[in-house]
Design a protein around this ligand. Structure first.
Ligand code: NAG
Ligand code: NAG
Ligand code: NAG
Ligand code: NAG
Ligand code: NAG
Length: 553
């Protein structure tokens, strides 16, 4: 017995020392000889046209003003307040820093005391798919101005301005002579977050909206429900979250929470596109009687439930009411209906559904039942809410369900035959298309701790497929996705950022901007910039440091 124990502990020691040796071995490996280089005051994502000179101007942080010389509105004034704090901070450092500079007695140099912000149309409305985000930014010895046709362009320009002002060696704020003319390559630049597999607290969602604004991303795709939980507190059907949320008290999004998120996003020029996934991934909707198909074993119900039951009129009566609330609560013109991974087994073993199939002449082809569901739902939607557009995941098209050619299809699968083939297919069928397949940031490959990964996300291009110019035009952009099987409020931000920034530049900047060597020092600066602004963005370039590490604000 004693001998056995001794052998066991010897074995343990040997195994442990092997493990430790392995750890040390890794730590000593000289894979990253120098800390990654960082730019200073260079923007991310790279503007469409960008030129700078070595001439620098001091920026008077203490007295600095944004001067609206065109139209103004609350959205713009709020942005002035936000960006003042982002650039110069909350504390009164700006005063002391500035005074320190003032003492050097150089009276000739140009001091930037204000920037004139000339917006042609300023309205406190929600951004839309056709919002104009272009802007011009000029900082020269004679002109300091930001010009845009809409307030959304001004927001993007203010973000750029906040990135190109930086601190010199003695801490004074400076900016290089700069001329920028900028507009996005794609109109849809999104972040997808699932809040059903795990609940994500509202303040984290807001923090993510900040991070999106720092990366000029403009759509928050909110996958709010799934099989696992129904956190949305419906006005019309409160039982959905009472029975479907992880907890009806502290794992829900109330109408108040929703308004908070919508307004926070709006002020940052971000659309909130809701996804209520159907007819599959809907087990959490079980509070609605008869909505979900009953599963059978022979002629006996098993007590389990499947996807929504497409054969009952009551399903559509309910959905009509639900869509009414959806469109009244959420202003965005896009409605994402999901349509992914419909598990048809409970349709197949349900005797009444089989009877319906026979009556309709569908034989054993249950994708035709899915087709029937989407036909019915999409037709209702187009009649009741003609100004809304619907989106579905690629699965719907993959099983040959025909949806109207106005439907937008989202590509998420990167397995055989691969997303390039899918892009070619959906666009050849005439569908407007959105790419997320190469930006599934919840996938963590085994070697993420030893390899620099962001270039994979950076180099994935939504136009990288065989197709005509007309087909390429159908691709409206893409989004980085965060499914939350293993993610919640503790890790959603560092798991998304700054890797999502790689997608952000791909979607904003011209196609030709794809030089990893050039981008690396910029994304390194950008990661530190996000950290300084309170976003806990993880390291992505190996050992190194930021001037300001994780902050507590
Ligand atoms: C800004 O000016 C400094 C000093 O002349 C120069 O070293 C730096 O490269 C310039 N930065 C940019 C982005 O042009
Ligand atoms: C900031 O500091 C400066 C210089 O120390 C001082 O003159 C100024 O009144 C301070 N401003 C505020 C708002 O505290
Ligand atoms: C903005 O700054 C310029 C240069 O310092 C100055 O001439 C101008 O009066 C300022 N404009 C406003 C509205 O403060
Ligand atoms: C879409 O379908 C409608 C009729 O269903 C047709 O009139 C239109 O030309 C189609 N558009 C495209 C781009 O295929
Ligand atoms: C890291 O993982 C990827 C994907 O699994 C693989 O293709 C690559 O070869 C791995 N690299 C190293 C250095 O292990």
């Amino acid at each position: 017995m004693q001998a056995m124990k001794a052998i066991r502990s010897v074995t343990l020691v040997v195994v442990l020392s092997l493990v430790l040796a392995e750890c040390r071995h890794r730590r000593r490996r000289n894979e990253y000889p120098d800390p990654p280089p960082k730019t200073k005051g260079v923007p991310w994502p790279m503007p469409a046209q960008y030129s700078t000179s070595p001439l620098v101007f001091h920026v008077d942080g203490l007295n600095f003003e944004f001067v609206a010389t065109g139209k103004t509105c609350i959205t713009l004034e709020e942005a002035f307040r936000r960006y003042y704090k982002i650039i110069f901070g909350n504390d009164n450092n700006s005063g002391t820093r500035w005074n320190r500079h003032d003492d050097d007695g150089d009276d000739d140099e140009v001091v930037v005391k204000n920037i004139s912000v000339n917006v042609h149309e300023c309205e406190d409305v929600y951004p839309t798919p056709s919002s104009d985000e272009s802007y011009e930014l000029k900082l020269s010895s004679t002109t300091q101005s930001l010009t845009s046709s809409s307030v959304w362009g001004a927001l993007r320009g203010l973000e750029t301005f906040s990135q190109i002002v930086y601190r010199n060696d003695v801490g004074a704020y400076i900016v290089n002579e700069t001329t920028i003319s900028d507009s996005p390559r794609f109109g849809y630049r999104g972040i997808f977050i699932d809040t059903s597999l795990h609940y994500i607290p509202v303040f984290i969602l807001l923090q993510n909206l900040d991070a999106m604004a720092y990366n000029k991303m403009n759509v928050f795709h909110w996958h709010i429900t799934d099989d696992t939980s129904f956190p949305y507190v419906s006005k019309t059907f409160p039982s959905l979250s009472q029975q479907g949320a992880y907890s009806p008290y502290n794992h829900v999004y109330t109408q108040d929470d929703i308004r908070t998120v919508l307004e926070y996003a709006r002020l940052r020029g971000i659309r909130v596109m809701m996804e209520f996934d159907m007819p599959g991934h809907s087990l959490a909707w079980r509070a609605i009687p008869d909505l979900l198909a009953r599963c059978y074993d022979g002629s006996t119900p098993t007590g389990q439930l499947g996807p929504m039951d497409p054969t009952l009129e009551t399903t559509y009566t309910f959905l009509r009411e639900f869509f009414k609330e959806w469109t009244e609560t959420f202003p965005d013109s896009y409605l994402h209906l999901g349509g992914d991974e419909v598990d048809m087994r409970c349709w197949e073993n349900n005797p009444r559904i089989r009877e319906f199939m026979e009556k309709m002449g569908y034989h054993d082809d249950y994708t035709r039942l899915q087709q029937y569901f989407f036909n019915t739902v999409l037709e209702e939607l187009s009649i009741l809410f003609p100004s809304r557009k619907t989106l579905v995941w690629q699965d719907t098209i993959d099983v040959n369900v025909k949806v109207p050619n106005t439907t937008i299809v989202e590509i998420w699968k990167d397995m055989d035959p691969g997303y390039r083939e899918e892009l070619a297919k959906t666009t050849s069928l005439g569908y407007t298309t959105l790419l997320s397949a190469c930006w599934y940031l919840n996938y963590i490959t085994v070697n993420i701790s030893t390899t620099i990964h962001w270039p994979d996300y950076y180099l994935c291009d939504p136009h990288d497929f065989d197709g005509t110019e007309a087909q390429k035009k159908l691709v409206i952009g893409g989004e980085a996705c965060m499914w939350t099987e293993f993610v919640d409020g503790t890790n959603v931000i560092p798991r998304l950022w700054p890797r999502a920034a790689a997608a952000a530049e791909r979607l904003w900047s011209p196609q030709s901007i794809r030089d990893i060597e050039e981008a690396a020092p910029r994304i390194e600066e950008h990661r530190c910039r996000m950290l300084r602004r309170g976003i806990q963005a993880e390291p992505i370039n190996g050992p190194g440091f930021c001037e300001e590490e994780v902050t507590n604000h």
